[in-house]
Design a protein around this ligand. Structure first.
Ligand SMILES: Cc1cc2nc3c(=O)[nH]c(=O)nc-3n(C[C@H](O)[C@H](O)[C@H](O)COP(=O)(O)OP(=O)(O)OC[C@H]3O[C@@H](n4cnc5c(N)ncnc54)[C@H](O)[C@@H]3O)c2cc1C
Length: 291
């Protein structure tokens, strides 16, 4: 992976500083109270985090994947929910940036770059998430609209999203099945209900929801890229970004655990010494063994 540019270094440092000053002091309380972090999300908008995957000229700074990973890691080091709050959004930015029509890019990307418009992706259904070719949500042409019916589950940020990249079948009979799958850029409206927030053990604060589509009408130009049957391949490209983001979250959480435990082992005393000095194998001993 290429090194960070000077500007990217500065972006990562600004986010790290934000995490230390504003996130870490409040993360535990927000997580336990399951409170949506409105103020922190607003600060992330100000810092430009929501625009990191929006290409020019629609956004100001589309950063390298390395920088994107480091920003995600920093946010997750403070509170993983913040990294989750912009993960799906960046996947959708990427999808529109790579596959969207010019009209779709102009319509959505500038507002997504500032975070004024938040986006999420809806793939998973109650019957399963791994086997995406088996989805049953359909979009049927009716005049100048698609009529959408079906259900999605575990959709992150669904209540706050003004845009949903919806994986659905425009041709349920297609063989092979992936040729019948498309992505619609769906906006909230009649026939689309966020029906339930799902309870979670952790990763709280940001909502994970069920969506019900019951005759929701989306205009024909909501079809990502304007060609039916290409949605499965498009989403697989988008998920490459999503998977990198999820892995970077794990790095951030692991780093926070390591740093906190190192600090604790130096501060906490037992039997008159910091507890790290009670280790059976410490560095010097280990080197003796290795020799
Ligand atoms: C907190 C959270 C947030 C989420 N956010 C979103 C979101 O924003 N948008 C969205 O669309 N989805 C979201 N998801 C859903 C997530 O993408 C799915 O949970 C995931 O794709 C797995 O689907 P599933 O839960 O239906 O498991 P299943 O597909 O039912 O799989 C169950 C288990 O079987 C294993 N398995 C399945 N197939 C195979 C195979 N062929 N070989 C070996 N093992 C297999 C799986 O690895 C898994 O361990 C979210 C989930 C969670 C928990």
């Amino acid at each position: 992976m290429p090194e960070l540019s000077e500007e990217e270094h500065a972006i990562v440092e600004v986010v790290a500083d934000f995490v230390d000053r504003e996130v870490r002091p409040v993360a535990r309380d927000l997580e336990h109270a399951n409170t949506y972090p409105e103020h922190l999300i607003d600060r992330m908008k100000e810092l430009g985090v929501f625009g990191l995957a929006v290409p020019e000229p629609y956004g100001e700074v589309a950063v390298s994947k390395r920088c994107y990973v480091l920003v995600t890691e920093e946010l997750a080091r403070g509170w993983m929910s913040l990294a989750g709050a912009f993960g799906g959004h960046t996947v959708v930015s990427h999808l529109i940036g790579v596959f969207g029509t010019e009209e779709q890019k102009r319509r959505y990307l500038p507002r997504m770059a500032t975070g004024e418009l938040r986006a999420t992706m809806a793939l998973t259904e109650p019957s399963g998430g791994s086997d995406l070719q088996a989805i049953t949500t359909t979009a049927r042409r009716d005049g100048d609209h698609y009529v959408v019916d079906g259900a999605k589950i575990w959709i992150t940020n669904a209540r706050r999203a003004g845009l949903i990249a919806l994986l659905c079948k425009t041709d349920p009979e297609a063989i092979p099945r992936h040729r019948g799958i498309s992505i619609l850029l769906v906006e909230p409206g009649p026939g689309l209900t966020v029906s339930r927030d799902l309870p979670k053990l952790g990763y709280k604060g940001v909502e994970s929801c069920e969506l019900a589509f019951d005759g929701h009408r989306a205009p024909l130009d909501a079809l990502l890229g304007g060609v039916e049957g290409t949605g499965f391949a498009q989403m697989m490209r988008g998920l490459e970004v999503g998977r990198i983001q999820v892995a970077a979250r794990a790095l951030g959480v692991g780093r926070a655990a390591l740093e906190d435990s190192l600090r604790y082992a130096q501060e906490r005393e037992a039997f008159g010494r910091p507890i790290w000095q009670h280790q059976k194998i410490h560095r010097g001993y280990y080197f003796c063994l290795a020799a």
